[in-house]
Design a protein around this ligand. Structure first.
Ligand code: ATP
Length: 516
């Protein structure tokens, strides 16, 4: 059995080999934590974005979209707190010269206690066999309790240090717990320092006194500064939301794990404006709405969990992450935050404009509260790929690599193949393709054996292959092969469109999200 790390490595090379993700400017040896999406990657990514956009703006009549610029007036970032506080605590190891996030080193240490507990549980499961009562074991085992207590103790100390912004204490924790650099294996650490994650550049010529501006580190502020524009021109009534998809930039200290942590990435964010006092209800509702969106993809409900935040940002009064089980553990894919009226109030203060809502029901004006849902497109892409990637042993002794992608997200929906390159079969295959191409992303392939062509499509996750043979010219039927079951079925060409559509339509996913 391959370890999870090996599987992940294979996935990364698969992404490159099959045109999903390439290192940026690779001919110059790449650029750290920056990636380009290839011909298949961009299709998958676009499908994810479309699924999100439709779920937000079509399924909710009170949510509309915008597309704000990446550049914003620099005062935006003063008001939002990013200039002063968008920092990560960094620490260097003097031997390896590697840089780490101090908070991540400590969180990894905490995760070790969880791993120890799971090991105990697995050992006991083997020992007791069918009679094993997992819940009882977790509640009563002294070894489990000991690890839980140790984790709690570390957690309490860490949470306090983060909340107090106490960098010396973060270092002390690292020393006390004898956390070593995974590369050098030593404890030769520098002090912990704060590092601002925003990229800056200059606008205008330097002769005129150029203005320092930032590449946005989140898309949300583009929504906040347009709150009044959208509310007024759209005659929006509370509660209502504004959705946006766009690039964001962060000078991440430790950029590893492929597209999980990039310096240029894409976010899908929605700010939902509500009446103060209703935020906890809306927070709970959005948690449910969002988890349903994830689960509808069918990647496996057990792969998701909520992780509630202990360290709330100063403006937030509730926050949770939706985590997905990647080969390197459960990791944040989406954040849901109750942000109070912090952002709108700050922009009102810094701009001198009144940013309020007049409530016709109560005849009063107030600054709306906000629930935010914020998901990274690239992390979503990665979670879908991790869940989809499978190496299968087949009954005939062969093996195949298949991406069991949710059909609605698959880059190519169908590949049309003439059995041979002659006798009018290519013409017939192209005729079928020309009918289907208006609704689906279709490929045509006439090279190599049918078996090889199937493998190529399996590797990019194409749900259907359609083979045109000599009989097709007489009976107008084709052989349809299913990616997951590998079963073949002969059907009439007239029925092809409906068969494909039923499986790959994003609308079916949306119906699930809307009706369940
Ligand atoms: P992390 O703790 O992993 O750095 P975060 O809590 O800072 O993430 P948010 O500021 O809540 O992340 O951003 C919202 C979403 O944007 C995240 O859930 C994630 O999907 C995505 N995201 C954030 N940073 C990155 C990054 N460097 N690369 C890719 N996606 C990112």
């Amino acid at each position: 059995m391959a370890t999870q790390e090996e599987v992940f490595k294979k996935l990364v090379s698969h992404c490159k080999e099959y045109g999903f993700v390439f290192p940026s400017s690779e001919i110059y040896d790449g650029l750290g934590a920056v990636y380009d999406y290839g011909q298949n990657g961009v299709e998958l990514k676009n499908n994810i974005k479309r699924y999100w956009w439709m779920a937000m703006t079509r399924l909710h009549e009170n949510i509309v979209g915008i597309d704000a610029s990446i550049f914003m007036h620099p005062t935006t970032w003063k008001a939002s707190g990013h200039v002063d506080a968008f920092n990560d605590p960094l620490i260097d190891n003097r031997d390896s010269k590697k840089r780490y996030r101090a908070d991540v080193l400590i969180e990894d240490e905490m995760a070790k206690y969880d791993a120890k507990i799971e090991k105990e549980v697995e050992k006991a499961r083997k020992r007791f066999g069918d009679a094993f009562d997992e819940q009882k074991f977790r509640e009563t085992s002294p070894r489990v309790k000991e690890n839980l207590d140790k984790k709690e103790a570390l957690h309490a100390r860490y949470a306090k240090a983060m909340n107090d912004n106490d960098l010396a204490e973060l270092k002390q924790i690292i020393l006390d717990y004898e956390i070593v650099d995974p590369v050098s294996g030593t404890k030769n650490w520098t002090d912990v320092r704060q590092f601002n994650l925003m990229f800056s550049t200059e606008m205008g010529s330097t002769a005129d006194g150029a203005m320092k501006i930032y590449l946005r580190p989140e898309t949300a502020q583009g929504i906040f500064v347009n709150y009044l524009n959208v509310q007024k021109t759209g005659r929006m009534k509370l509660p209502f939301g504004i959705a946006q998809i766009g690039k964001a930039f962060r000078n991440e200290i430790v950029a590893r794990q492929f597209v999980f942590r990039m310096r240029e990435f894409e976010q899908m964010e929605m700010q939902f404006f509500i009446k103060p006092g209703t935020e906890l209800d809306w927070f709970a509702k959005w948690k449910q709405t969002r988890i349903k969106w994830h689960r509808a993809l069918g990647l496996g409900d057990q792969k998701y969990r909520f992780h509630d935040h202990d360290k709330l940002a100063h403006y937030a009064n509730a926050a949770t992450d939706i985590e997905f089980e990647m080969p390197f553990g459960f990791k944040e894919v989406e954040g849901i935050h109750s942000r109070t009226n912090f952002d709108l109030s700050q922009h009102a203060k810094y701009s001198g404009k009144k940013i309020e809502y007049f409530d016709p029901e109560t005849n009063e004006s107030y600054t709306p509260y906000v629930i935010e849902t914020s998901i990274g497109v690239d992390r979503m892409f990665l979670s879908v790929m991790c869940a989809a990637y499978n190496e299968e042993q087949l009954e005939n002794g062969e093996s195949r690599v298949v991406l069991n992608l949710p059909p609605a997200l698959a880059p190519v929906k169908v590949c049309v193949m003439p059995l041979v390159k002659k006798d009018g079969l290519p013409e017939k295959a192209r005729e079928i393709m020309n009918e289907l191409k208006f609704d689906f992303n279709v490929q045509y392939d006439e090279k190599d054996s049918i078996g090889k062509r199937y493998r190529r499509q399996d590797a990019i996750g194409t749900p259907f292959c359609v083979t045109v043979d000599h009989d097709t010219l007489n009976d107008n039927c084709v052989t349809v092969r299913d990616r997951d079951t590998m079963k073949q079925e002969r059907i009439s060409i007239d029925k092809l469109h409906a068969l494909i559509n039923d499986k790959v339509s994003i609308n079916n996913l949306l119906r699930k999200v809307a009706n369940d």
